[in-house]
Design a protein around this ligand. Structure first.
Ligand code: FAD
Length: 283
């Protein structure tokens, strides 16, 4: 099946785009977390969103969820790890699957993803963003996992079932035990070691760790890693007034395109991007 649009990111920008495309009867695949954006749920009190005076982030998230259900929208609970050009179309890689689409909307939030030095160099040569896709390559080996959110811990457990040894490096506070062969390390990762492939990591305390591979399980993939060749402006995805990026039929909306980081801007840009998609589809 070829989708009309792949929306990446289930925050306010992605939701706004999804609702507009759904209203126009478009066939959309929408990637993100079914729990929506942490940046919505964690807001203490929102006083600047039209129509909803003084709501908590939890209340806004509940309203969004109700609207998603009422509209019959479905979130594919998966990180998109790559957008690859395929002639006039794109393939979006998410988990072990790939999805063909006419257009893409990037609604991935502000890029908080600082990549490690040499991370891009080692992509496919020891660095992976998806345990279910690449875990099988590390059967009986040693892997390290940078885990950015407890919701990815099931992927660490999955790796523990394949690898001989897993170094678990969460970026949040936890004492969770994920398996007999999983060692929790409360240290940061500062770099990668290796020549042709990853052979280990350097850690914040100056120590080194031997590993055959590194899994980076983060809430976001840096836009330039997600879409090769995407033009960035001061750390944000460059867009025009129609939310078009530098790549044909790829649009971007919300915090990922720049400040101010606000719900109203995200929702507005999501809507404009959806209209850009409708125009690009010409149907
Ligand atoms: P986000 O909300 O960041 O959503 C992007 C989503 O995309 C994330 O869930 C991310 O995990 C997901 N994603 C990223 N990459 C991928 C991928 N490769 N595959 C799948 N999913 C992916 N704004 C206001 O206007 N008023 C306020 O009162 C306010 N209070 C705030 C309080 C807090 C504590 C914070 C943190 C922010 C607040 N903001 C407020 C800002 C507001 O939250 C953001 O501007 C808004 O959430 C941006 O929406 P977005 O859709 O662009 O991005």
């Amino acid at each position: 099946m070829v989708f009309d649009c792949a929306i990446i990111g289930a925050g306010p920008a992605g939701l706004s785009a999804a609702l507009t495309l759904k209203n126009h009867g478009k066939n959309v695949i929408w990637f993100g977390s079914k729990t929506l954006s942490d940046k919505v749920r964690k807001a203490e009190m929102i006083t600047n969103y039209p129509g909803l005076a003084n709501v908590t982030g939890g209340q806004l998230a509940a309203a969004f969820t109700a609207q998603i259900e009422a509209a019959g929208l479905e979130i594919t609970d998966c990180m998109a790890t790559s957008v690859i050009p395929m002639g006039a179309r794109y393939a979006v890689i998410a988990g072990p699957d790939f999805y063909e689409t006419e257009t893409v909307i990037l609604a991935v939030g502000a890029a908080q993803t600082r990549t490690l030095p040499r991370e891009n160099e080692f992509l496919g040569r020891g660095v992976s963003y998806c345990a279910t896709c690449d875990g099988g390559l590390y059967r009986g080996k040693t892997v390290a996992v940078i885990c950015g959110n407890p919701r990815f811990e099931h992927e660490v457990r999955y790796l523990a079932g394949l690898a001989a040894k897993v170094w678990f490096l969460p970026t949040y506070k936890t004492d969770v035990s994920l398996g007999e062969n999983v060692t929790l390390l409360k240290k940061g990762v500062t770099g990668l070691l290796g020549e042709a492939r990853v052979t280990g990591l350097t850690l914040s305390d100056g120590e080194t760790l031997a590993a055959d591979g590194l899994f980076c399980l983060r809430d976001a993939v840096a836009p330039g890693t997600l879409c090769a060749g995407l033009e960035m402006t001061n750390g944000h995805i460059g867009v025009d007034r129609a939310q078009k990026t530098s790549l044909p039929r790829i649009f971007a909306a919300g915090d990922c395109t720049g400040r101010p980081y606000q719900y109203a801007k995200a929702v507005g840009e999501g809507n404009v991007a959806a209209h850009g998609v409708l125009e690009a589809l010409g149907k």
